[in-house]
Design a protein around this ligand. Sequence first.
Ligand code: ADP
Length: 991
Amino acid sequence: MLKALSSSCFQGRLKLSARFPAAVVNVGEGRSPLLRVLGSLTSPRGGSPVFWRKAFFCSERDDGSEPPGEAKAEEESEATANVAAEGGGAEEADSKASSAIVSMNPRPEDYLSVIALPLPHRPLFPGFYMPIYVKDPKLLAALVENRKRSVAYAGAFLLKDEPEIDVNVASGETDKSVYDLKGKELFKRLHEVGTLAQITSIQGDQVVLIGHRRLRITEMVDEDPLTVKVDHLKEEAYNKDDDIIKATAFEVISTLRDVLKTSSLWRDHVQTYTQHIGDFNYPRLADFGAAISGANKLLCQQVLEELNVYKRLKLTLELVKKEMEISKIQESIAKAIEEKVSREQRRYLLTEQLKAIKKELGMEKDDKTALTAKFRERLEPNKDRCPPNVLQVIEEELAKLQMLEPVSSEFNVTRNYLDWLTSLPWGNYSTENFDVHRAQKILDEDHYGLSDVKERILEFIAVGKLRGASQGKIICLSGPPGVGKTSIGRSIARALDRKFYRFSVGGLADVAEIKGHRRTYIGAMPGKMVQCLKSVGTANPLVLIDEIDKLGRGHAGDPASALLELLDPEQNINFLDHYLDVPIDLSKVLFVCTANVTETIPNPLLDRMEVISLAGYITDEKMHIARDYLEKTIREACGIKPDQVEVTGTALLSLIENYCREAGVRNLQKHIEKIYRKIALQLVRRGLSNEPEVDSPKIDPQDSSSTSEEAVEIVGDDQIGKNIDASASSVQANEIVSEETEHATSHDAAVESSEVPEQVANKGTNNVGEAVSSDVDKVVIDVSNLVDFVGKPVFHAERIYDQTPVGVVMGLAWNAMGGSTLYIETTLVEQGEGKCALHLTGQLGDVMKESAQIAHTVARAILLEKEPENQFFANSKCHLHVPAGATPKEGPSAGCTMITSMLSLAMNKPVKKDLAMTGEVTLTGRILPIGGVKEKTIAARRSNVKTIIFPSANRRDFDELADNVKEGLDVHFVDNYIQILELAFESKDAK
Ligand code: ADP
């Protein structure tokens, strides 16, 4: 019957060998004895606190068949073997435990009173080993003494739990209290039923017991050591063939087998008795099941106390069933974990394999290798020209890259750094073109006029040709907005065949913009210059630095000095960008700066610059620029063909004089763009509306008569028609009309012959005029319809007075926007003896206010000299005002204008017509030179000034002006105010 279990045990054992991980070493109290055995076997040598948990099984062939004496020799050897096993290792202990299975059978009458040994944790089942610790020296001595006297038996009784002691109390504490128990106290705590235990060995306080048969305590014999009288118990008689007992036993066996199948731990345990298992009878089977189960000690004690074999089997069955449930759960937990681990392992293995395969096939290089290869490849073309120190840094960084983890932040920093280092055009220069004729052609192609500027640029190129290099100078183009500074910069680059890069430093306050950030900062970037080199790809581009006069003030570091380092030919040969950290040679870069005024450019910078000023354009120049440059490019940009549009000269002139009076041409450009956009819309609309007219003539009358859209569209044409029909008032207009008529008539003929006659008829009925219908493809802009395209003039003449009244004089001013004219007016507030005072208005700055005070004093002195009897200043409160009061005004150059204005009032004489003047005056009446002669001259021309008075120190500036600027002007240069007096009031005298 029991062979079945035995065979399954063998199978399990064969598979097992060394599958247990070391992790199960420290098994806990609640585990099965099997676990405990394993735990103790694998625990480290010496003084193991879990030693008492060991339980070894030995077989007992037949109750009462052999005398204890026979077994003695074997007992001794087996006891030593056990101890040896303790120090020797798992395998050894295991085998010794098996070999310790001996036949022993003490006679009951020899052991009617035995020393009682308390078992704190589990009862000892017959046939099992159990090592215990005996802490009581007296008890230990008694046991040793007994052994010596061949009475190597004692009673082992499970201790009852102390009622107040929690079952969960730590084992250490329980042990301690157990060892303290003595005599009666101990007696009371012992379970009545225990086991006759053979003492197989005593090593120190460690005693190994083998259970033999059940005992029941009857009375206490001795207190210290506790000795008790016992009855030897026997199982109740039972029928071996009883079906119920059999069935229960089978169930126990099959459950044990199931547990063995699932729990590998049990299999190992079973190794110790597999050879004897066949000898088990039912009671022994029940004991075995209970002993190896992990059941709680009281349940085990119940099995021990049960003498009815059937009931004992039933109790055991319950315990092993429970064990099986636990083992099932354990199995499922193990399985789930194993699955998870293996899934992850599988994935890892597969990806590693994939990587290896890809590498093998050359499909993918590992990240770092690919990066390094990319950087090296990029560097290759420039390698010979690259400075050795830079090459060294690159090599070092590449080596560093290999050492870094790709996920680390430093890897990214190094990669970016290498990216910048390798993408710079080290030593890669484009060949320069010093062909002066070609340069002249390009400059003329791009810009009208500016002959002095062009000349300077050509000189510069010529020097470059002779020197073989054009660098070494910084050109600064200064002038009002829209005069073409930036576009000249671009033309120079084109003329020299250099790459062009532009950046603005207007309002720049952060030095890092120029010098770069240090690499340690997150998001660090190199400065503009390094970015420029990377973007242009050559080491000698033309760099245009815009708005250098509007450089901001840095809070950390001075952008001006950073810029100086960048621009100064002495320093920029080794320009050090904070990010790049290796010097770069910028000496071959040609720098061109632009500024509106040179006054605000930091002096050290200005010092190193070659300033070329562009003053602005006079009307005539603007006309040319508009006609030959702006119109052309804008027309092309709008996709309009030259024969589809015509802007007449008068329209352009009106545009320049009434709409775009500023020095530059950007506003003019905008206006022309506006006109062309509107023309484009007209052409497109016309094209669209023409089609239905041709296809379905019936709809046409409605269309042309009622739609307001159509009416708006053809306003231009309508008026052109009128222009053609009616003769215009001005001579200019007449000229243009004749031009237009020519166009119109020639076009008429073409249209009439080929295109839609109905259309002409329809338009005719609508009073639109023939010009419209016939001139479908051409839009003509003239003074009369200009307003439809650009609205009413926003800018009116700067001249308020045709002839300036007494006390009013025209001055000339100059600022970042160019030159302009301004009036200075003085009037009398009140008169009375000693009421000399001056009241100022017109948003005057401090310098201008002082200038007024000086003027007051000088005027008074001059009046005193010229008209000693005139007490005007002494007895008058005057008010000086500069119109356009919303515009702040500043500067000393209105001094002479103010004096003239005051004197005019004092002498009650208006100044000469069309006169303007400028110049700073000292208290002694000397005239000091001023800036912006050209701008002022141009502004004066715009205001139809005929006579200009300049300080004589400015004569040179004036002489340098182009003839067309100077043309028709009566210019006087003066040293002293007295000269102005003569010039200004001369007209009246003449009269
Ligand atoms: P700035 O840099 O001085 O403010 P830009 O260079 O931007 O002015 O010039 C504005 C526009 O005017 C550009 O389209 C430029 O081509 C045009 N322009 C300026 N001066 C001339 C000129 N002399 N001839 C032709 N076009 C000009």
